[in-house]
Design a binder for this molecule. Structure first.
Ligand SMILES: Cc1ncc(C[n+]2csc(CCOP(=O)(O)OP(=O)(O)O)c2C)c(N)n1
Ligand SMILES: [Mg+2]
Length: 387
């Protein structure tokens, strides 16, 4: 289902459609191709001609991580509803887009996430208990090991794009064999940071891969309202960067396209932007109610293309797993999450108000009121409050 072939009628803006007003013109020759890649169809049947050569262990690890992160989203939602953690952005529905891409990176490459890349973070070795600490409001959860090449999550939409380009530029100047992968959403493509980042990346041919997860919504703004551009991938072309579309719920297609882009970057052939067509199957964060702004029928349509279901069919067809494995792996995931929740609870810092400590030298009255409200909340909950 390529984007740009929707049933929606977008008024034509092409000059060539306005024959009566045209002066004589000649065509400008420019690279204007956007390709679309799908390897697993909506039912999980593979196109063997395009099937990438991934070892069985990697395929199984991909599937298990998809399942783990889906379960983790459900567990985090329960914890948030019970008041144990704050808000978070689920990966549900986007597991293939994140994991198919991140698995094409080496540990020595740079990973620059937005705020929705829990699946990719887990692949890179992030601990679930640290995520819980972070979404509960403790910066300790965001601490990254010294030697890591992962950036912390970035809340201001699109702000990580120039960071990633800067990192990639530095590695080019130092002649390092390093690729930087930068994640962002459809909404981020409307930000100035996107424009600045891609402009720079194109001109200086830096080794970066822009991984756009077009999940069709930016909170309540639908993709069609984000831009009149037919595809997001074509935006890259204006910066002199190849832009490709993939079925983002097809883990094999995402992997194949990303591997190609990573290899290009590593070979010194510059950046690529990948538009992974996927869908945010649930809430944006815990702070919104999607039933207020989108139709259930749309969600249902995407549920039929669930990336985990498609991967399961593929692995079963290949004889890599059976129903018993599936059940055992799902139980394993639940156990892992339960243990992580325990570790998180054991690690909650003594000073529950620490989140107010390191941003401003002096708290203004508004912030002070918030701090007091939180302290009162903890006290009412019977939790011993620090100072
Ligand atoms: C600069 C900025 N503006 C607004 C917000 C509030 N906000 C948070 S997420 C979001 C939508 C982002 O949409 P998209 O880029 O498609 O990413 P998605 O949430 O769908 O993963 C907005 C507007 C913000 N965090 N930063
Ligand atoms: Mg989005």
């Amino acid at each position: 289902m390529e984007e740009g072939r929707s049933e929606r009628t977008v008024p034509s803006r092409r000059w060539s459609d306005r024959k009566e007003k045209q002066m004589p013109r000649s065509e400008v020759d420019w690279p204007n191709e956007v390709t679309y890649l799908q390897i697993l169809d909506a039912d999980g049947k593979v196109d063997e001609d395009l099937e990438p050569d991934l070892p069985k262990e990697t395929l199984i690890k991909l599937y298990k991580t998809m399942v783990l992160v889906r379960e983790f989203d459900a567990a985090r939602l329960r914890l948030q509803r019970q008041g144990e953690i704050g808000t978070f952005a689920p990966s549900t529905g986007q597991e293939a887009a994140q994991l198919g891409s991140i698995c094409a990176l080496k540990d020595s490459d740079w990973f620059v996430p937005s705020f929705r890349e829990t699946a990719a973070q887990v692949w890179r070795g992030a601990k679930l208990e640290n995520d819980l600490l972070y979404v509960a409001g403790f910066e300790e959860g965001m601490a990254l090991p010294e030697d890591t090449r992962d950036l912390p999550i970035s809340i201001p939409v699109g702000s990580q794009v120039p960071h990633a380009v800067g990192i990639a530029w530095a590695s080019k100047m130092r002649d390092e064999d390093t690729v930087t992968m930068c994640y962002f959403g459809d909404g981020a493509t409307s930000e100035g940071d996107f424009h600045e980042g891609l402009t720079f990346a194109g001109v200086f041919e830096v080794p970066v891969v822009f991984l756009n997860q077009n999940n069709h919504w930016a909170i309540s703004v639908p993709r069609e309202r984000q831009t009149a551009s037919k595809t997001l991938a074509q935006k890259a072309l204006a910066y002199g960067i190849p832009g490709v579309q993939v079925d983002g719920n097809d883990v094999l297609a995402v992997y194949a396209a990303t591997k190609e882009a990573v290899d290009r970057a590593r070979d010194g052939d510059g950046p690529t932007m990948i538009e992974a067509l996927t869908y945010r199957m649930g809430i944006h964060t815990t702070a919104d109610d999607p039933t207020k702004y989108r139709e259930e029928s749309e969600v249902e349509k995407w549920r039929e293309r669930d990336p985990i279901d498609r991967m399961r069919v593929y692995l079963m067809d290949k004889g890599h797993m059976d129903e018993d494995d599936d059940e055992a792996w799902r139980e394993e995931a639940k156990k892992e999450i339960k243990a992580a929740i325990e570790r998180y609870r054991d690690n909650v810092p003594d000073d529950l108000g620490s989140m107010f400590e390191h941003t401003v030298a002096e708290r203004d009255p508004y912030l002070e009121r918030q701090r007091k409200e939180l302290m009162d909340y903890w006290e009412r909950a019977g939790v011993e409050v620090g100072h």
